[in-house]
Every structure is written in C-alpha cells, then in structure tokens.
Design a protein around this ligand. Structure first.
Ligand SMILES: C[S@@+](CC[C@H](N)C(=O)[O-])C[C@H]1O[C@@H](n2cnc3c(N)ncnc32)[C@H](O)[C@@H]1O
Ligand code: SF4
Ligand code: SF4
Ligand code: SF4
Length: 297
C-alpha cells in the first residue's frame, strides 16, 4: 500500500511528547488562510520554483512533456498545464526546481521511522502523522499506525478533525495520542477562514475526548479568533474536557511565507495575538485543562 507524503522530519520537538519523527501527508480538505504548509493542501505533487539561481540553460523546457515549463530567462511556468511529473526538477542542475509530494509505500515510511527508534525510547517520543490532513489517506494511515503500534512506538495523529467519525474509529486502537486543532469556535467564521464549517469537528471532539488521549491546539491569530465571542466559544467547546490532557496556544507565525513564494501564491499577512490576548485566552481555558503557550517556555 502507498500514500502521498511531502516531508519526513526527524528530531521534531513540537509535535507531541519527547523527540519525534513527523511524517507529513499531502492533501487537506481545509484551506486555512494562515496555513504554514501551503504545499500540503493539494493532494497531487506540485512544482516549487525558487526565485533565484536559474542559469537559463533551458533543460527544464526541453524535457517538459506538457509545455508547462517554457524557455526564457528564469523560465516561464503555466501551472494549469503542469502534471507534477518532476521531469524538469530532475534535470535542473542548480536546484531551482523541486517537486513537493512523493508516493511512498508503508515499508519505505517505516524504514525512515525505525531509524529513530532509540531516540524515541530515550526521550519518551515517537512518531507523529501530520500534514495536510493525514486522516484523508485513512487506509495508508491505519496501516502505518498498526505497524508502529506493533513495534511498540508511541503514535500521535495531528488532525483538524474534519473527517467522518468512522476514520477515528478505525485508528483508535493504534493511536496513543491525538493532537486536535480548533481554529474558530463560530461556525460561520470557521467557514469563511478555512472553507468548511466546524460542526463535524466539534462533534468528533465530543466523542474523541471520551475515548482517547487528546492535546488540543489553537492557532492564535489577531483579527481571526481573538474576539470575546471566540473565547466564550472555545470555553463552551472545552468545558467538559474528558481525556483532553492539555491545550497548546500556538501564536501565528509567518514561517510558511517562503513556501507561498515557491508555489507562486501570495503569502498570508496576519499577526499573532499579542501577549495580553494570549494570557486572557489561557486564563479563560485553564479553568478546565492546563494551558500552555510559547511565552511560558
Ligand atoms: C499544518 S497543521 C497540519 C495538521 C492539521 N491539518 C491541522 O491543521 O491541525 C499543523 C499545526 O500547524 C498549525 N499552524 C498552521 N499554520 C500556522 C501558522 N501560520 N502559525 C502557527 N501555527 C500554524 C495548525 O494550527 C496545526 O496545529
Ligand atoms: S513537473 Fe512535469 S509537467 Fe510540470 S513543469 Fe515540470 S516537467 Fe512540466
Ligand atoms: S533547468 Fe533550472 S536552471 Fe535550467 S532553465 Fe530550467 S529552471 Fe533554469
Ligand atoms: S487544516 Fe491544517 S494543513 Fe489544512 S489548511 Fe488548515 S492548517 Fe493547513
């Protein structure tokens, strides 16, 4: 069995307990305006193009089967014609072109994961499946989780939760921890800034928190989810925490900016909540569950 992966990061320390290997699945059913992984959103492989470094050798245009990549200084690119085949990237000597997204088998991913086993044991870490939305490739994810559980590896699934409950049910036996994102409490706002409403996300959390260990994460973005109505909404969603062990408030950051440029897309331009707003949200939620944010560290 295989799936579409766009990155595997070793030594991650922000994706669950201990030192972890994070496997990034490509493809997402939300379109959060602030997403720092824009290359994760489309399921198909995509061409990333650096702005600098092109020596105008023309090799990319010569091998492109669809005419998406054309000759000229810096080359021109017609994204609608690109199939993501990667032929151009393989002949681009200065490394200006790169393909994001690779089909990998379960054994290939497991080979990467198993390299770090001693690290997991020493640090209390494990593997985290993130993305994009890992749960959209549910057969592949289930198989990977089963293999990891079979090898005694701690597993976390990082999800935005907008998938049928059946997907959760299938992976529950092999998942040690869910990292569960809440973006906005208000459904209409959620629809506007992510492209989908949050009813399914709220319903899934309600069931999941009584069934599995969960760490909730909230990206904290000024002008998006910093209102008192949002604060009250988050309180409502989290007031019966069940097995929710902690809440992490993630201040918005712009680390994804460069990747938007590589995709030829305009970068988002948000600001994080300020320290006072973060502290207020923390206070509002820690009545129910311990809350952490980067200002604590
Ligand atoms: C890229 S998402 C992938 C997993 C899943 N799609 C989700 O949204 O939870 C991983 C984490 O990054 C966070 N995130 C995404 N863009 C961010 C940004 N610009 N600043 C801070 N956190 C961000 C998300 O809120 C989520 O907790
Ligand atoms: S990825 Fe394939 S289709 Fe797209 S520009 Fe490169 S060679 Fe052409
Ligand atoms: S192969 Fe690379 S260096 Fe040569 S023209 Fe294409 S982008 Fe530029
Ligand atoms: S759900 Fe996660 S991966 Fe998908 S767009 Fe939102 S932040 Fe990005």
């Amino acid at each position: 069995m295989d799936g579409m992966i766009f990155d595997i990061q070793h030594f991650s320390i922000h994706d669950g307990p201990g030192i972890r290997t994070t496997v990034f699945f490509k493809g997402c059913n939300l379109r959060c305006l602030w997403c720092h992984n824009p290359e994760s959103q489309e399921r198909a492989p995509q061409l990333l193009i650096k702005e600098l470094g092109c020596i105008a050798c023309g090799s990319c245009a010569a091998v492109c089967p669809t005419g998406a990549r054309r000759l000229g200084k810096g080359g021109s690119f017609i994204p609608e014609l690109c199939t993501g085949c990667g032929k151009c990237a393989s002949v681009c000597y200065p490394g200006v072109l790169e393909i994001s997204g690779k089909t990998m088998t379960v054994s290939q991913v497991m080979e990467e994961i198993l390299k770090d086993v001693s690290l997991y044991r020493h640090s209390g870490g494990g593997v985290t499946f993130s993305g994009g939305e890992a749960m959209l490739q549910i057969n592949f994810l289930e198989e990977l989780l089963r293999e990891c559980a079979g090898s005694g590896i701690h597993t976390a699934v990082d999800t935005a939760g907008s998938v049928p409950w059946e997907h959760f049910r299938r992976i529950l036996p092999y998942t040690s921890l869910f990292l569960y994102d809440l973006k906005c409490a208000d459904g209409e706002l959620h629809q506007r800034v992510t492209g989908a409403d949050n009813r399914l996300i709220a319903e899934n959390l309600k069931r999941l928190k009584d069934t599995a260990d969960v760490w909730v994460r909230i990206p904290c973005i000024r002008g998006i989810n910093d209102s008192s109505a949002e604060k009250e909404g988050f309180r409502e969603l989290l007031r019966k925490p069940g097995r929710i062990q902690r809440i992490d408030l993630l201040p918005y950051h712009s680390f994804g900016e460069g990747k938007y440029r590589l995709l030829g897309r305009p970068a988002p331009d948000f600001l994080p909540m300020d320290a006072v707003q973060m502290e207020e949200l923390k206070k509002a939620l820690e009545e129910y569950v311990p809350v952490y944010h980067s200002l604590d560290q």
